[in-house]
Design a protein around this ligand. Structure first.
Ligand SMILES: Nc1nc2c(ncn2[C@@H]2O[C@H](COP(=O)(O)OP(=O)(O)OP(=O)(O)O)[C@@H](O)[C@H]2O)c(=O)[nH]1
Ligand SMILES: [Mg+2]
Length: 344
């Protein structure tokens, strides 16, 4: 029989908005490990891979080996078709973990086999399963684009992103090349670490501002308003300290956008997330929002949330997510690509 403690835990969990973050493939799983190690309040972390060796070192609340029959736990060998088929083979188990979710974040590094194929497959399965349902979750892809040195992976990444765009509500895109520049031209390995941190911060920041009491709560309905059917989104993160910390952080977040976007004046919405040490004030949060508003069209919807993060002693960190934008990445060499063929 259920104990009182178990009942309290069960019903408390049922009352909170449910957020699930799913990492797919190596990069996706590494981001999930980062978030798991930092801790996340109010979100479940699921790791999905075809690669058993990598899953074994991944930290998550649930780990799922997909495509057991197809790949024997050995990875997809860089083929998105294999990653996608692997997802379909084990789709029920993955979908089961998402059955109560209001928001699903799907995280992957585009360009490889498992992440690129499985993220598209999962979004597609979820879309079809939830079609027409009033309780269908918000499906948000969070992906990185390959480094320039990974030339062979660019075409796969582009194909993946185009398909993903069609099946997600929003795809937040981080171009690894811009990330490296913003972070100060880091070596490859360190750059991957920064990419994991950035994607992880986004997932953790948005989740916690929605699921837990914060300085300013972000509302699920508001999030839905700017993220439903919104195409691509670009993200920028900036930090500041000292007297002008808010201005510095906002400026960095706006100028250090991690995706090359084409016309910010067409943006649909802006999500601003401010975090700071115990000394963060509401007037600082308002100031950050005011400065940001000026760079967007007047009809863009703006939502914001703010949280105190004890780790940020004296500093302020601002994250700006602009939704409904187009990316130059998808246009480059568009004509040279043949028709996209995926097999089920
Ligand atoms: N953020 C981040 N990106 C990574 C990491 N490792 C690789 N990437 C990027 O993500 C892309 C996909 O790599 P993986 O995630 O390793 O590939 P996969 O999805 O596991 O696919 P297969 O191994 O081919 O089945 C790479 O081309 C890199 O651009 C990582 O640890 N963190
Ligand atoms: Mg892999």
């Amino acid at each position: 029989m259920e104990t009182q403690e178990e009942k309290i835990e069960k019903y408390a969990r049922m009352a909170a908005p449910a957020v699930v973050a799913v990492g797919l493939g190596g990069a996706g799983c590494n981001v999930i490990t980062w978030v798991k190690e930092k801790g996340i309040v109010g979100g479940k972390l699921v790791a999905v891979n075809t690669d058993a060796t990598h899953l074994r070192i991944t930290k998550a609340d649930r780990r799922i080996l997909i495509g057991e029959k197809l790949t024997r736990g050995l990875g997809s060998g860089g083929y998105p078709e294999v990653g996608e088929k692997a997802l379909y083979e084990t789709a029920n188990e993955v979908v089961h973990e998402l059955s109560r979710a209001n928001i699903v974040f799907m995280v992957a590094g585009l360009g490889g086999g498992t992440g690129t194929g499985a993220i598209v497959g999962l979004a597609d399965v979820l879309r079809k399963k939830c079609a027409g349902s009033p309780t269908s979750p918000l499906i948000v892809g969070v992906v990185t684009l390959p480094f320039e040195v990974e030339t062979a992976r660019m075409a796969a990444a582009k194909r993946g992103l185009n398909r993903l765009k069609a099946v997600c509500d929003t795809v937040v895109v981080i171009d690894n090349n811009r990330l490296v520049k913003v972070a100060g031209n880091l070596p490859f390995r360190e750059a991957l670490g920064v990419a994991n941190t950035t994607v992880g911060k986004f997932v953790k920041g948005v989740t916690e501002t929605i699921t837990t009491a914060s300085l300013i709560n972000m509302d699920y309905a508001d999030l839905k308003a700017i993220m439903s059917d919104s195409g691509l989104a670009s993200i920028g993160i900036g930090e500041g300290s000292g007297e002008t910390r808010v201005e510095q952080a906002v400026e960095k977040a706006l100028n250090g956008r991690l995706l090359d976007i084409e016309d910010v004046t067409k943006a649909k919405g802006l999500l601003i997330h401010v975090s700071g040490g115990e000394d963060l004030t509401l007037s600082e949060v308002n100031r950050a929002a005011e400065i940001m508003k000026r760079s967007l069209p007047p009809n863009a919807k703006i939502i914001w949330g703010a949280r105190v993060d004890a780790e940020l002693q004296g500093a302020v960190s601002v994250m700006a997510v602009v939704t409904g934008v187009e990316s130059a990445f998808l246009r480059k060499n568009e004509k040279r690509l043949g028709p996209i063929k995926f097999h089920r």
